[in-house]
Ligand binder design. Structure first.
Ligand SMILES: *Cc1c(COP(=O)(O)O)cnc(C)c1O
Length: 421
């Protein structure tokens, strides 16, 4: 559920007409709904009620300071995967003890920065990384809390580019080697081994892969405890999918996911962490774009819009589907017609949708790409020298630009000319 609905024939973000935002900031732009962000965060928080837990928003999904602050004020922790994300979380006011550091390639500098600034735990993905965290912690006179990310070798049944829990993926350590790896970790004086971490992929639309993975985590926890490790925290990753189409069968709900966690892991008495990203931000954001031309091809009509693959890369990168809706609701009974919806970038890959049925549109009309809040703005680039598009946050009847559109000069002047030219 989200807060982007038609009222009297016009699309709104909460209580603000999309057309009003477009007039103020120009197109294309991203717009997020505060109520939707908070609602999704609370669904997870409530799903784990009664269990000691922390919902750590996976901020790689959408990392604008205003989004982070909105969620942090509601009590969210953050899952970060780089120094930039760590510093962004701190800048948004998230205390170190609510920041979890994930990722396969943490550098010494990233580890030192997090240890000095405060960190809830590192989710460690390899033995070499473990040794570096140990060394950095000792050099600072600190002890680093860690979990080890295990790879449970389960099929997440999602797109290959976002599956992470199979043995062929680069993530985690094979669960079969966990005993040896935990023994090594326990021998390092700069580490406090507090738990187990798992994250099997993104956009999961079934609960079964989670169940298989969490069952393996439960078994591992009991084994590790019997070997003398004080396992007291389980980080269960993110990955719960969202409905990208309204017609599709809906993915499982956070409350069902919470029940599964209780069923499979409740008996262990561990503190539970989860790291949802997409489900919190995905349906809390739209990308709004304007039709530049309607071009009639040989056998099809193209809607050429001012947003492009550099602004929203998911269709090009993951063959992702986004529902596309007109900002002015079509009159009842208007016959839809098929369009290929494309951006202006000089690549055939710059195609958002093929043969999509929409009520007839004209140059100047606004359209909205739904479910664009996660892995949208954060994956944007300036390919084709198109400046990053602005982000807008709505709350009730207010809206604010939370990242403005850079000027062309700003974009160009980031380059420097060597003195020999
Ligand atoms: C990407 C990622 C997440 C978030 O995944 P979503 O599908 O957006 O919920 C959580 N944890 C880790 C370690 C990740 O890499």
């Amino acid at each position: 559920m989200d807060h982007f609905l038609y009222r009297d024939g016009a699309l709104f973000a909460e209580d603000v007409p999309i057309s009003e935002i477009a007039a103020a900031v120009g197109t294309p732009f991203y717009v997020y709904s505060t109520a939707t962000l908070l609602r999704h965060f609370r669904l997870f928080d409530e799903a784990l009620e009664g269990t000691d837990h922390l919902v750590c928003y996976a901020m790689k999904a959408a990392s604008n300071q205003a989004i982070l602050k909105t969620l942090a004020q509601a009590g969210a922790g953050m899952d970060v995967v780089s120094m930039g994300e760590y510093l962004r979380a701190k800048a948004a006011g998230v205390p170190g003890e609510k920041i979890v550091f994930s990722g396969v390639g943490k550098t010494e500098l990233e580890i030192r920065t997090a240890l000095e600034g405060g960190i809830r735990q590192f989710n460690v993905e390899s033995e070499p990384e473990m040794d570096v965290i140990n060394a950095v912690a000792l050099s600072l006179g600190k002890v680093a809390p860690i979990t080890v990310r295990v790879n449970p070798d389960v099929d997440a049944k999602t797109h290959a580019k976002i599956a992470t829990g199979k043995s062929e993926n680069k993530f985690g350590i094979p669960i079969a080697r966990a005993g040896a790896v935990y023994a090594h970790a326990a021998s390092l004086p700069g580490l406090d081994v507090i738990g187990v971490d798992v994250h099997i992929g993104s956009q999961l639309t079934e609960l079964e892969p989670f169940r298989l993975a969490y069952r393996k985590v439960a078994e591992l926890t009991e084994t590790l405890r019997s070997e003398g490790h004080d396992i007291r925290r389980l980080d269960l990753g993110g990955g719960l999918g969202i409905p990208y189409t309204r017609s599709n069968e809906a993915p499982p709900l956070p409350v069902e996911y919470g029940q599964l966690i209780q069923e499979e892991l409740g008996h262990l008495g561990c503190e539970i962490e989860i790291e949802p990203g997409r489900l919190i931000a995905g349906n809390a954001g739209l990308m709004v774009s304007k039709v530049i031309y309607v071009k009639s091809g040989e056998d099809r009509d193209f809607l050429i819009v001012d947003g492009a693959m550099n602004d929203l890369i998911r269709p090009a990168m993951y063959e992702a589907h986004h529902d596309i809706v007109p900002v002015l609701e079509p009159a009842p009974g208007v016959e839809p017609q098929p369009y290929d919806i494309v951006g202006p970038v000089c690549e055939t890959g710059d195609t958002f949708a093929k043969q999509r049925n929409l009520a007839p549109l004209q140059a100047g009309d606004l359209i909205a790409f739904r479910s664009a809040g996660a892995y949208g703005a954060v994956m944007a680039s300036e390919y084709n020298s198109r400046p990053l598009i602005p982000e807008v946050l709505v709350q009730g009847d207010q809206f604010a630009v939370i990242r403005r559109r850079p000027t062309f000069d700003e974009m160009i002047n980031r380059d420097t000319i060597p003195e020999w030219l």
